[in-house]
Design a binder for this molecule. Sequence first.
Ligand SMILES: [Zn+2]
Length: 166
Amino acid sequence: MTFQKGHKVNLGRFKTEETRQKIRLSKIGTKWGHHTEETKRKISLAQKGRKGRPQTEEIRRKISLGLMGRPVSQETRDKISKANKGEKHGGWKDENATYSGKHSWILRNYGNPPFCEDCGLVGRKVGRTWNIDWSNCDNLYRRKIEDYNGRCRSCHMKYDNKSIVK
Ligand SMILES: [Zn+2]
């Protein structure tokens, strides 16, 4: 997976400080929006006590209004939603989609691999899955049967590890 600038995947991983701040503010805004004046006063007092920083009524009011009055723009919503998506699924979704997409092509056309190319293990169903995978020799996943070999789980893993280390 490459980290191209502007690629969808990067949004979740490189959340900017600005976005973080926006998320934080929007959360605080929502929380405070549900409190009554009395609760707000109590929270403010509690925070004042904890931080040991004196806050005037005027400053408290300004901060409170500032947070509550800040509308969460569509842009911020988009950023948050994209950031969340990126964090949860990220590149995995793309990568897996490609992987299984190409593999379903070969399964549709050639069925399950009959045996393991490396250790000779004969293919059979283990539980609900076939014990031999189609292994792609150059990782290009071209739609050519010549590029694929049957490999059992452990040989496949060994093979992929070897081919990943370049
Ligand atoms: Zn094997």
